[in-house]
Design a protein around this ligand. Structure first.
Ligand code: GDP
Ligand code: MG
Length: 368
């Protein structure tokens, strides 16, 4: 456990050690000398006597964040569609959402949706709509591994382009399997054979050519082949045997967040472990709050009671908008949340400060 030496503490507070020692004596701690160390709780008491507060800067996040002992249960795959601009990423995502998200009254919403979940013949599949590769890269660089499968979309009338190659690189670097969707097969100019030859040069050899890459042929516009693609995703997911713990406090990744005029912060998060419930205390980056409501993304006012792994959900109640790719965690109490946020702010300030960090006590002192 963390301890503080009397002499250090006295020095940082600008108080004579003898005065600290006297205070401790008065509390019955007769053995303390200038070289003694006291625990944080005692130090807090003594500091308070002199009008100071102590923050535990050696606080470890793991002390508060839950760990999970069980591997858990099978979960739905999380899919990101990548490809060159204009090859049909948005059209495909929109088609799937409209065809598969049972949204009733919200039909035909055009607003951007960060993530949604659909049912296929092979079980549920989650689609993440990251605006461009930057977000994907940013998430990866923040250590947020959210994507289980990449759907690489390639227009049949255009073929492999520089961004297609980049997408392949991204997927390979993250060790994420690729399923190819050759799109726009409804177009008269479509040349699937040519595209497959180009893919071969990138090391993506279709099963028809003796390779192992799953290549589907679709039209995101007419919907042709999309059901088959969804089934292929389900099959791939089964191969991957994706599991996550379902019990305990939730944790996951922020997909995107915005501040809504009426509703405050709306954070679309992907639950990756545990169960997220209304009323939970959530911390994401340096923001926190009590979950006021959980909403199903893309479906107007559809409230969810809880969200388990591989469920994207809109969280209302955070006190600010955390950036995409940040982890979120449910903690036990508002006090834990405050402590975690304070710790993170402190850590960031230290990093940002040009001076090689005066101690917290010194800073508190100089403020007075
Ligand atoms: P993104 O940049 O990858 O998101 O591409 P979009 O989804 O915005 O599509 C670019 C253009 O291609 C739009 O005009 C779409 O209507 C069109 N498009 C997308 N998929 C298809 C398709 O399967 N067939 C045809 N004919 N047009 C498509
Ligand atoms: Mg687009």
């Amino acid at each position: 456990d963390e301890v503080i030496q009397i002499s250090d503490m006295a020095h940082q507070m600008g108080v004579k050690a003898a005065r600290l020692i006297r205070t401790l004596w008065q509390q019955g701690m007769r053995n303390v000398t200038i070289n003694s160390s006291i625990d944080v709780e005692t130090a807090e008491y003594v500091a308070a006597e002199f009008g100071y507060t102590i923050e535990n800067v050696s606080f470890q996040e793991d002390e508060i964040l839950a760990s999970y002992d069980d591997e858990g249960e099978l979960r739905a795959p999380v899919v990101t569609i990548m490809g060159h601009v204009d090859h049909g990423k948005t059209t495909l995502l929109d088609y799937i959402r409209k065809a598969k998200v049972a949204d009733g009254e919200a039909g035909g919403i055009t607003q951007h949706i960060g993530a949604y979940r659909v049912d296929t013949n092979q079980g549920p599949v989650v689609f993440i709509d990251t605006p461009g590769h930057e977000a994907f890269t940013a998430m990866r660089s923040r250590g947020a591994a959210v994507t289980d499968i990449v759907v690489l979309i390639v227009a049949a009338d255009d073929g492999v382009m520089p961004t297609t190659q980049e997408a392949i690189d991204h997927a390979r670097k993250s060790d994420v399997p690729i399923i190819v969707a050759v799109n726009k097969i409804d177009k008269p100019e479509a040349n699937v054979g040519r595209v497959e030859q180009m893919l071969m040069k990138e090391g993506l050899v279709g099963e028809d050519y003796g390779g192992e890459t799953v290549i589907s042929h679709i039209s995101a516009k007419t919907g042709e082949g999309v059901d088959e693609l969804l089934d292929l995703l389900g099959v791939q997911a089964e191969v991957l045997e994706l599991v996550a713990p379902v019990k305990g406090p939730a944790a996951g990744t922020v997909i995107e967040s915005r501040v809504d005029k009426g509703r405050g912060t709306v954070a679309t998060v992907l639950v990756q472990a545990g169960e997220l419930k209304k009323g939970d205390i959530v911390v994401a980056n340096e923001f926190s709050g009590k979950v006021r409501n959980l909403l199903q993304p893309g479906v107007k006012n559809k409230r969810l009671k809880s969200a388990t792994p591989s469920t994207p959900v809109e969280v209302l109640g955070l006190d600010g908008a955390p950036p995409a790719g940040m982890r979120f965690h449910v903690v036990e109490s508002e006090r834990d949340a405050r402590q975690l946020v304070a710790h993170r702010r402190e850590k960031r300030r230290r990093k940002e400060s040009v001076l090689s960090g005066p101690s917290l006590l010194e800073r508190i002192k100089s403020k007075k």
